[in-house]
Design a protein around this ligand. Structure first.
Ligand SMILES: *Cc1c(COP(=O)(O)O)cnc(C)c1O
Length: 369
């Protein structure tokens, strides 16, 4: 029987492949999806429990309370904040909003693996600018902007390499982009940035009305399972983009939990600071063992293993740790709780020992041990 006819673009898509061993019966420690290692704080659990009592009702489609709290938090107007069912839903809305025939999107590569999928789904042509030294090459990106470019994405810090763009470079780049071209900074990991030269797009939205900044509750705020993110931009632009989002897309439990998370933000940001300290410890340990590790500013680190990426991923799985493999390119490892990071470091040390012939120290932690 022939299948119903779908768009040809669907044939070309590959469905998202979660890392092996994380969702199945195996017991790998998940350092593969950049999640927070911390479970929800008590006030967040309480807010979820309370919200669940009204689950027969639709959620507030405008996310009024959360929007108000986010506007206050960032010192912007409520008309400048748009909440979505995860920041990837907002990214999809951006793609949908600009997807005219012939439209192009410019982004760096390697970057967030969802960008090409969203482009293909929306029927937008992807134009990729290669990274330089694992970081965005903004000259290469502006060289690729044409009259057909409707959207430019900058993932800052970049997933999966972790590098950040300096604030001055961002401003110089925005000065070169025509104001009719939408620019989105994907700042899913910005809370983890400690590099002083970095600058959030939230500081630039007033000066550049074609800029939107995407943030999420999935990483630093530890609510990945609830799917809530938001964007900030100029009021007129956000009003237009709001129309490109489905009503009721952010469920009521998520809205209340995110609001509660903002209420305990100090505690959450202390957890973030601890993760940043762990990140620096893991990176310094790897550097000391001879690994080449970019200055990762998210809650993850990047190892460009090239053709060894797959084998290293299996090696880590053998040690009980799931990492994210980008076949033929590299491996991204999330920063988790210290014992999991230590298990990873031991595995990485042993890998290098067998590959390079340096002596091994320490014992590999095994699954369940
Ligand atoms: C994790 C991540 C997101 C967050 O997506 P949500 O839908 O908010 O969970 C967005 N962008 C990048 C680059 C990410 O890595």
């Amino acid at each position: 029987m022939p299948l119903p006819r779908l768009r040809a673009a669907v044939d070309g898509l590959t469905s998202y492949q979660p890392t092996d061993g994380v969702y199945g019966p195996e017991c790998l420690r998940p350092l593969s999806a950049n999640e927070s290692a911390h479970g929800p704080l008590a006030p967040i659990v309480a807010a979820m429990a309370e919200a669940s009592l009204d689950i027969n009702r639709y959620p507030d489609p405008g996310c009024a309370k959360l929007t108000q709290a986010l506007a206050r938090r960032h010192g912007v107007g409520q008309d400048q904040v748009l909440v979505g069912g995860g920041s990837v839903a907002l990214l999809q809305a951006l793609f949908q909003a600009v997807a005219e025939p012939g439209a192009e999107v410019v982004y760096a590569w390697r970057s967030f693996e969802l960008y090409p999928v969203l482009a293909d789904l929306a029927g937008i042509c992807s134009v990729r600018a290669p990274l330089t030294g694992e970081a965005h090459d903004l000259d290469a990106m502006s060289d690729r902007i044409t009259d057909a470019t409707r959207l430019v994405l900058i993932c800052n810090p970049n997933n999966p390499t972790g590098t950040v763009v300096a604030g001055q470079a961002l401003r110089a780049f925005l000065d070169r982009v025509t104001p009719t071209c939408l620019v989105a900074f994907d700042e899913a990991y910005f809370e983890y940035v400690s590099e002083p030269s970095a600058c959030s797009g939230l500081q630039l939205c007033d000066a550049y009305p074609n800029l939107v900044v995407l943030r999420t509750f999935s990483k630093a705020y530890g609510l990945a399972g609830l799917r809530v993110g938001y964007l900030v931009g100029a009021g007129d632009l956000v009003t237009q983009l709001r129309k490109a989002c489905l009503a009721y897309a952010v469920n009521s439990v998520a809205q209340h939990a995110a609001l509660a998370a903002l209420g305990v933000e100090d505690e959450l940001l202390r957890q973030v600071a601890a993760t940043v300290a762990e990140r620096d410890r893991v990176r310094n340990t790897l550097l000391a063992k001879g690994w080449d590790v970019p200055n990762g500013q998210g809650n993850f680190l990047w190892l460009r293993l090239s053709e060894d990426a797959g084998a290293f991923g299996r090696w880590c799985a053998g040690a009980g740790i799931a990492v994210r493999v980008f076949g033929g390119e590299g491996v991204r490892v999330s920063i988790g709780a210290a014992p999991d990071n230590d298990t990873f470091l031991t595995a990485a040390n042993e890998w290098r020992a067998q590959a390079v012939g340096v002596p091994v120290s320490g014992v590999t932690g095994r699954c369940g041990a």
